[in-house]
Design a protein around this ligand. Sequence first.
Ligand code: NAD
Length: 464
Amino acid sequence: MYKEILSDRMENQNQVLEQLRSVFRSGITIPAQFRLSQLNQLMSMIQENEEVILKALHQDLAKPKFEAIMSEVDIVVNELHFAIANFTSWMQPEYVSKNLATKLDDCFVRREPLGVVLIIGPWNYPLHLLLLPLVSAIAAGNCAVIKPSEVSAHTDRLMAELIPKYLSQECYTVVRGGAEETTSLLQLRFDHIFYTGSQAVARIVMRAASVHLTPVTLELGGKCPCFIYGRVDIAAAARRLVWSKYFNAGQSCVAPDYVLCSPATRDALLPALRQTLEQFYGKEPQKSPDMSRIVSDRHWTRLMELLKKTSGKVVVGGESDQEDKYIAPTVLVDVNEDDALMAEEIFGPILPILTVESVEEGIDLMNRQEKPLALYVFSDEASVVNTVLERTSSGGFCSNDGIIHMCLPTLPFGGVGTSGFGSYHGRWGFETFSHRRAVMLRGWALERLNGLRYPPYQENKLSW
Ligand code: NAD
């Protein structure tokens, strides 16, 4: 029975894919005018439905309106503006330098769409992380299957309702579902898979993609350190750290995962963190409209298990309410490198502070971890910032702030090592969804010179 359901589902999905493929082959997505109309339609979709989008995000994660506008709606609108203003120039052939043998040829790189791409989104920024890659895919002239996360169920439903109303149904299809539906989708042959989510599922995606040799972009997570060292404005550091850590209740792939600092900095930071948390969320953060909730009971339980297993000491927060999927903004000290909190990405409002005695020790500790998606250094001393920048590796790097580097569409956004590979945003996303075709247009001139490379070969031809 189960096998039958699976094969029926695959059959349906395959039909959808074949229709998209034949529409892609018709060339409808190629003209700039078509791409522009779809980007404008996506803009209208966001702008005309902002209220319902904000409502769905609130139902899924209790996202505060301000955070939802900033990190979901506006970021998509900005990406759209940027793509609309620039994609025709990105489409232009890129002429390359030539050598003597190709002097008379036209040699250029031509960006061509890949075909039908699959975009799989996560639940933590269910609008942003689904639509940003879609903007790039459309700008680059592809057709797409879009799979929102079933965990953020309200946004998932809304996307399935809105996208077909605004975008060409011939070219873009939303497929809904969880692991089962995605598993059968992944058996089909796409021209590219763009996956955002956990490392565990990324392995499944990559294995499935290998069957068809489908290229993949993997936008994953990791443990993003925040190294605080030397001269620092502690009050400002606490505000920027608290904001970037507890934004969306810590459920951001680029949230600072842990703090590394000297014992003296920790002692100065703790009262500043307490004070900032109270300023931001009041004495009872559970009552604050600015504190999101954990997305699901499963994730709430996972985070509470981590708090049970840790040998660290809770010095701020620690309260929780399962019914409300609430965990207070929490800070822990006395956390060691082999603690449960250091074994996986936390992805919640829990911040361990680890101490080190020197920049060297901090760099060594960060380098013993897998390469993170982002690495933050808070310091007034350029030598500290530059030393860490030079001696570590991460998807992105930002000094004296958190998260904010990912809002600039001229910077690539993506991981390295286990935090993922490939990148997007702005032109980087256009490149991800384009094939760079090497083109040499040659005429028939100088045929006599070609005699030098035709057989019969003679030694003296080599010295030419
Ligand atoms: P997830 O991997 O559980 O889910 C992501 C997507 O995969 C969903 O659409 C889901 O339906 C699908 N999926 C789940 N199980 C599957 C299976 N067995 N087979 C096939 N598909 C399956 O990830 P998540 O929990 O939604 O997201 C959290 C993780 O994503 C964190 O590790 C976070 O760091 C990472 N993340 C990374 C970025 C980034 O831009 N690099 C952004 C957000 C989240």
